[in-house]
Design a protein. Structure first.
Length: 308
């Protein structure tokens, strides 16, 4: 069952064309990026992988265990993306790879000059509402769950890079820029939310707004209250939030409520209706629709899996 905005499956390499059973590589090169498709067909451990450019990786099939930045290892699953800086070595395990169940991952290496150009664009055109905020790529936030837009952009980039279209560099440029911006927005949202949660920081309107949302997540959250926290009109608030974080305020609130619901659903005995109410949803049917949209399965199905 497809979950969490997984990428479309890519055709596997024909067995006769495999060069290796661990991290077999296909590569498609464009002006500003290089798309790599990696497949592994047998168990392997502590496999190093390094790129000369920043790389955006996304899992397509199977499971890897990633070791990065001297941090604890983590499972890397379909529906997730990891960004890694240039010349940083990833150490990768393939504990479940097999001939009939290979892992498959895409790695999009992006030219450094292109990244700087995109970040400069954001700083020049999207800081009017908060002059103190500077867009920059950081790596304390590097592991993301895909959202609908990110999955769609990566899927499209895969199709563009692997096509024979003579104009593919133009189309890749447009999609790659949007992908970078959305990842920067997602990274910014994660960082500000963590700062607000850990320190109660109120240094900027970002912190005011996200702290208020988390403090009132189980209650009805009025848009007017959020816009007041941001010192913006209602219409300007919606535009500012989307420009800064890449999603609407309601989408963010629902996402955080679903994350809370997942924890409660994992507790035996909790009913879907009870969890819905405790997470601030006034309508259980709406909760079920939102949960399925975000997770790919119903709350009840998720509960059955998580409480086995």
């Amino acid at each position: 069952m497809k979950r969490r905005n997984e990428l479309d499956k890519i055709d596997l390499t024909h067995p006769k064309q495999l060069q290796t059973l661990v991290e077999n590589r296909r590569v498609f090169s464009l002006d500003n990026c290089e798309l790599n498709v990696y497949e592994s067909y047998q168990q392997a451990y502590h496999i190093p992988l390094t790129f000369n450019d920043l790389v955006i990786t996304s899992m397509v099939r199977g499971k890897k265990v990633m070791h990065l930045f001297d941090k604890p290892s983590f499972d890397y699953l379909p529906g997730e993306t990891v960004i890694v800086p240039a010349n940083e070595t990833m150490i990768i395990d393939f504990p479940e790879a097999a001939l009939q169940a290979p892992t498959q991952c895409v790695a999009l290496a992006v030219d450094a000059g292109y990244i700087h150009e995109t970040v400069d664009y954001l700083n020049n055109y999207y800081n009017a509402a908060d002059e103190r905020h500077q867009w920059k790529l950081q790596f304390n936030q590097y592991h993301f769950e895909n959202d609908t837009e990110v999955s769609a952009l990566i899927n499209k980039l895969i199709r563009i890079c692997s096509s024979g279209n003579g104009d593919k560099n133009i189309f890749a440029d447009l999609n790659l820029k949007e992908l970078l911006i959305r990842l920067l927005q997602s990274q910014q949202l994660q960082q500000v939310a963590q700062e607000a949660a850990l320190s109660g920081s109120n240094r900027s309107r970002h912190h005011f707004v996200l702290q208020y949302i988390h403090e009132h997540l189980t209650e009805k959250i009025a848009v007017d209250a959020l816009s007041r926290k941001a010192y913006l009109s209602r219409n300007m608030f919606f535009k500012w939030f989307r420009d800064q974080f890449g999603i609407t305020p309601l989408d963010y609130i629902n996402r955080e409520r679903v994350n809370m619901a997942k924890k409660l659903l994992a507790i035996p005995g909790n009913s879907v209706n009870k969890v819905s109410a405790e997470c601030g949803f006034t309508d259980a049917n709406y909760f079920i629709r939102i949960f399925k949209k975000m997770e790919g399965i119903t709350p009840k199905a998720y509960q059955m899996i998580s409480t086995r």
